[in-house]
Design a protein around this ligand. Sequence first.
Ligand code: NAP
Ligand code: GCO
Length: 259
Amino acid sequence: MENKFCLEGKVALVTGASYGIGFAIASALAKAGARITFNDINPELVEKGVSAYKEAGIEAKGYVCDVTSEEQVNGMVAAIEQEVGVIDILVNNAGIIKRIPMIEMTAAEFRQVIDVDLNAPFIVAKAVIPSMIKKGGGKIINICSMMSELGRETVSAYAAAKGGLKMLTRNIASEYGEYNIQCNGIGPGYIATPQTAPLREPGHPFNSFIIAKTPAARWGTTEDLEGPAVFLASAASDFVNGHVLYVDGGILAYIGKQP
Ligand code: NAP
Ligand code: GCO
């Protein structure tokens, strides 16, 4: 079988990829041959990200862009097309979470999470699809979550956004599959990144809770997401569309260890 996982000659945009899951996914796509572009809302973090990629032997091109701004996103996509090439692979990774009991959360806080975690993936996908159609196809990977399927206290906005992102993934797959565009999701379990650092503080009850809820009995690492990302970004998944691939160590299959 010729190497269906090879991404040589492909241009990838990974949003919010100065560090964390985005950085790991972009690095994996680069190791498979893709040319990497990424963005961050913070200029200093774009610079730090470029250096971190360079240290990893990856020539990544970074852009300062707030993914909630359609104007900034359209400008970034146009610049990438001009400076690097048409985007073949989009990973909608940028995201935020606010852990606040719902009745204590302001409408503005709720809207902010929806804006970054759901509206922005729509904006960025809308910006890249026309050129993907012209080019004959493309890959879109939306970074969903356990909260695309499950709720829990204090994450109402995040769960609503990630649930919506699952359905946006399915809708893009439905609407643009005929143009050889495959749109899928990756649903990471609980991964050790800055976003979950508060939950992993020594003695935090969530730590032991997650270990008991995960058959793999460990937190995930960003490396656990590298293979699934390359699979969904490559020709190996050309007939996979509208699917959310949960990379969760088995959480969704498991009732949890008896205390
Ligand atoms: P993270 O460490 O908090 O990183 C999030 C990234 O998104 C940062 O680079 C951040 O930039 C960027 N970002 C936030 N708002 C942005 C905006 N408006 N415009 C551009 N960039 C923006 O998160 P992570 O743990 O790597 O998670 C990455 C993705 O995976 C998120 O979508 C998250 O919901 C999802 N996820 C995470 C886990 C987990 O357990 N960690 C599990 C499932 C899903 P700044 O640093 O400048 O704010
Ligand atoms: C939380 C966590 C989770 C993870 C992830 C799980 O507070 O429950 O932050 O939401 O980030 O989304 O898949």
